[in-house]
Design a protein around this ligand. Structure first.
Ligand code: LIP
Length: 301
């Protein structure tokens, strides 16, 4: 009996030492595991809310929607993380809408979109996700996108690959844009200047030509669709850091290319994004697009 107790104790000590070693070599892995649980819980909340009446409110324009679920899910995520990691920082879509600052610092920072694809959620259109990206020294360490109506959990830890429900995913690797399926989003700006530029860009891409253009309605899911190889590119002017922080890790770890609309380095706070299956396609799209001003997430315009 005493012998068995000693063995159990040794096994438990060895297990603790192993966890300690993992945490020492990768201090953010524990945060990622915590985040997976939390996004799953948040996704459950969203799916339950879909079974009830949804009260819709407006934000910046009549087509920029928000619901009580967006706010409740963000509260759940932020309060749970605060309790476990009290020194960490946050940028959350709904907190920023309520006046919180949107500035990326060197501190470990959780960038959260509680319901990415709110319009889809309101219409029960099946691409609705919880998106969380985690940065340290402004570098993305991991990303989680949980497409809850599809029950697909996309995950990526820097340097360790990208996964959907635990199965590795890869971009298509396509180089020939004429064979590509391209994703974009039309956004919420309804003024004539933005509208014309956005429509002109869609026409320009279609006439390259490409196989087609799609607007699925959740930026984070779009990035995961490119990461999974079922779409070959995604561009978006006017996207926010909370829409792209989780997906950026996933697309990069799946072997994708992620750049600014100009073709230059990706900047999380720039509100401009191209992701693609190859550099050739990213550059081709960048050259084709007419840029229009969208401001930055870390500056008031
Ligand atoms: C939305 C995106 C959508 C895009 C909108 C908006 P929200 O996020 O996911 O693809 O068209 O501009 O950014 O507001 O539903 O979290």
């Amino acid at each position: 009996m005493r012998g068995r107790f000693t063995v159990n104790l040794q096994v438990r000590r060895a297990h603790h030492q192993l966890l300690f070693c993992i945490n020492m070599s990768d201090p953010w892995q524990e945060c990622m595991e915590f985040c997976k649980e939390l996004t799953k819980q948040a996704g459950k909340m969203i799916c339950e809310a879909l079974q009830k009446d949804i009260a819709v409110m407006q934000k910046s324009s009549p087509v920029d929607l928000v619901t009580e679920t967006d706010q409740k899910v963000e509260q759940l995520i932020i309060s749970s993380i605060k309790e476990k990691y009290p020194t960490h920082s946050f940028i959350g879509e709904e907190s920023v809408a309520a006046g919180a600052p949107s500035v990326l610092t060197d501190n470990p920072t959780w960038i959260i979109d509680p319901v990415d694809g709110t319009t889809n959620f309101v219409h029960r259109f099946p691409f609705v996700s919880v998106s969380v990206g985690f940065t340290v020294h402004k570098e993305i360490e991991f990303g989680i996108v949980y497409s809850c109506m599809e029950d697909k959990m996309y995950t990526a830890r820097r340097g360790k690959g990208a996964f959907c429900n635990g199965v590795p995913i890869k971009v298509s690797g396509l180089e020939d844009i004429s064979q590509s399926l391209v994703l974009t989003e039309v956004g919420f700006k309804q003024d004539a200047e933005h509208f014309t530029a956005m429509m002109d860009n869609i026409r320009t891409i279609l006439t390259i030509p490409v196989h087609g253009i799609r607007c699925p309605g959740s930026a984070a899911v779009n990035m995961c669709l490119v990461a999974s190889g079922v779409a070959d590119a995604y561009y978006h002017m006017g996207i926010h850091c909370w829409d792209m922080a989780g997906g950026a890790a996933i697309v990069t770890e799946a072997g994708g290319v992620i750049v600014d609309i100009s073709g230059g380095p990706f900047d999380l706070m720039s509100r401009r994004l191209i992701v693609a299956s190859s550099r050739t396609i990213a550059e081709r799209i960048s050259k084709a697009l007419t840029q229009f001003p969208v401001g930055r997430d870390d500056k008031d315009d």
